[in-house]
Design a binder for this molecule. Structure first.
Ligand code: DC
Length: 223
């Protein structure tokens, strides 16, 4: 049995990470935050004193990505976020991370190493490139202003100094870079359900997504 795949895509700070964790916990599925892979590559380049737009350095970092880096708290910093969207535009980086994501979606390794019956992947190109056959595809959006407010709160809670105008500017810059890149740009799959979270709290977002998943599971059992 192939794992049941939930593909969550959308721009930065739209709430897909929190939603992915809630869905994975509820359905007992494995979860992969694919943005963390790009953040880890960006951070590795920065730590080595390199430039995240340097294709050779970033591709090498992606090919040699150490799993321990994925647990580095610095992954969530504004600097890692900025570097991640720069390395994500480099085809060599995307290629190096493609196989890892595909393998994860196919095997759905749970926390104990045993396979789960399903998997949730969140990112930018899951429904379009990584898992185009996923039975559930949700494109999670929110206005740039709502996303900037959430990201500001998140950064402040982590003790980082941040100002709203700057966070909003960063969000807009990352949106533009993620959507404009030639290789696997951020975009909703044609068959994705759009979920605007601007005026919803996390419980409401979770309830709507849960319904979509449950309906799909029922439909699959019927057919
Ligand atoms: O979701 P996030 O903010 O942690 O993602 C960090 C960056 O990684 C984001 O700017 C774009 C990139 N990314 C991507 O290109 N493809 C993915 N599947 C996930 C993230």
């Amino acid at each position: 049995m192939k794992p049941f795949v939930i593909a969550l895509d959308g721009p930065a700070a739209a709430g897909k990470g929190t939603l992915a964790k809630r869905l994975a916990a509820h359905f007992g599925f494995a979860h992969l935050d694919t943005g963390a892979l790009y953040r880890a590559v960006g951070l590795a380049v920065l730590k080595a004193g390199g430039d995240p737009t340097d294709a050779a350095a970033a591709t090498k970092a992606a090919q040699n990505l150490a799993p321990a880096t994925l647990r580095d708290p610095a992954l969530r910093s504004a600097a890692a976020g900025d570097a991640s969207s720069k390395v994500a535009a480099i085809p060599g980086v995307r290629q190096a991370l493609f196989d890892f994501q595909r393998r994860f979606a196919a095997t759905a390794p749970g926390p104990d190493g045993r396979p789960c019956s399903g998997v949730v992947l969140d990112g930018r190109d899951i429904g379009t490139v990584i898992c185009p056959d996923a039975p559930v595809k949700i494109f999670v959006t929110a206005t740039p202003e709502a996303r900037a407010q959430r990201r500001l709160k998140e950064l402040q809670e982590r003790g980082e100094t941040a100002i709203y105008a700057r966070v909003l500017e960063d969000i807009r810059a990352r949106d533009a870079r993620d959507a404009a890149r030639a290789d696997a740009p951020m975009k909703a799959a044609d068959d994705a359900v759009h979920l605007d979270t601007s005026d919803l709290d996390i419980d409401q977002v979770f309830e709507r997504a849960k319904e979509i998943v449950e309906r799909t599971i029922v439909d699959q059992r019927r057919s």
